[in-house]
Design a protein around this ligand. Structure first.
Ligand code: G3P
Ligand code: CA
Length: 300
């Protein structure tokens, strides 16, 4: 038995239920939990005063109303982040109190026009608040909901004196979510900070690999417990190789609007043997998983 292969393939609420609400808001995470997601996914970046908040990237012009705040106009700038030149407003230039004056907006208004009705309603949440929500929703649902944080641009944040890892572990530990028991999965695209985390936590570590990545299963197995792969990389052969090396396989990201048959996509990935699915529509994915499990039972 591989340590982090769960009895049921996990459904991860990707950025909450981001197909239905602006991503990385408490409303999005809450809806994911109420749709039956096993675990919710915040991407983490830092404020100037070292507080971890949930945003997909530290540049926030696409996910908040910062551009309409004249008092922050002079913070608009260009930086190099992860080897790329990026222009906009950056979380590390705002204190938490300043960031809290902003409101979240839908990242993909063309793809998800219905979500724009929520623009301007909700603040950027802290990791601390998300952990509290996990406990509240777990009590409400009578099941243990997990948390699946991703450190975003960890080398960059370390280089500006705002390392993410220690603060993330401290907050998770304070909420009793870190450590044995599998309630937190910690993910990163960077190998370096996962290797560092390996010496500091017993929570499973997830090496993220993009669609163009070289997959070196044996190497990842030396420091992580899960291959978090772009769904296009999933084949039954890769899953078998990962399982043989003791790694679970989680695939990202299911976006119902972008495929002709989202139920068929879930079936194909589960048939290939994956152990977890990141989904923007976790309710649909939970339903598709139930149908797949029923079919498995009927066909033995
Ligand atoms: O963390 C899994 C998946 O979310 C990775 O891609 O860019 O959506 O954070 P991204
Ligand atoms: Ca992510």
């Amino acid at each position: 038995m591989i340590a982090h292969v769960t009895a049921l393939p996990l459904v991860v609420g990707h950025r909450g239920a981001s197909g239905h609400r602006p991503e990385h808001t408490l409303a999005s995470y809450r809806l994911a939990a109420r749709m039956g997601a096993d675990i919710i996914e915040p991407d983490l970046v830092s404020t100037q005063d070292g507080v971890l908040v949930a945003r997909h990237e530290n540049e926030i012009s696409g996910t908040t109303d910062v551009a309409s705040h004249p008092e922050f106009a002079d913070r608009h700038c260009t930086k190099v982040v992860g080897g790329r030149e990026v222009t906009g407003w950056f979380t590390e230039d705002f204190t938490l109190a300043e960031l809290r004056t902003l409101r979240a907006v839908e990242r993909c208004p063309d793809l998800r026009p219905d979500n724009t009705r929520y623009d301007g309603l909700w603040a950027v949440p802290t990791l601390d608040e998300i952990c509290a929500l996990v406990h509240h929703e777990s009590r409400r649902a009578g099941r243990r909901i997990g948390i699946y944080p991703e450190t975003k641009h960890p080398s960059y944040f370390a280089s500006i004196g705002l390392p993410l890892e220690g603060t993330m572990l401290e907050v998770l530990a304070r909420h009793r979510l870190d450590g044995p028991g599998g309630r937190a999965y910690l993910q990163s695209f960077e190998e370096g900070n996962l290797r560092e985390l390996a010496g500091r936590t017993e929570s499973p570590l997830v090496q993220l690999l993009g669609a163009d990545a070289e997959v070196d299963v044996a190497r990842v197995a030396t420091y992580a417990q899960v291959l978090g792969v772009h769904k296009s990389l999933v084949t039954p052969g890769l899953v078998a190789e990962a399982h043989a090396a003791g790694l679970a396989v989680h695939a990202w990201t299911l976006r119902a609007e972008l495929v002709p048959d989202p139920y068929a996509e879930v079936r194909e990935l589960l048939d290939a043997g994956v152990d977890g699915l990141f989904s923007d529509q976790p309710g649909l994915t939970v339903q598709a998983r139930s149908e797949w499990l029923s079919l498995q039972e009927r066909t033995g």
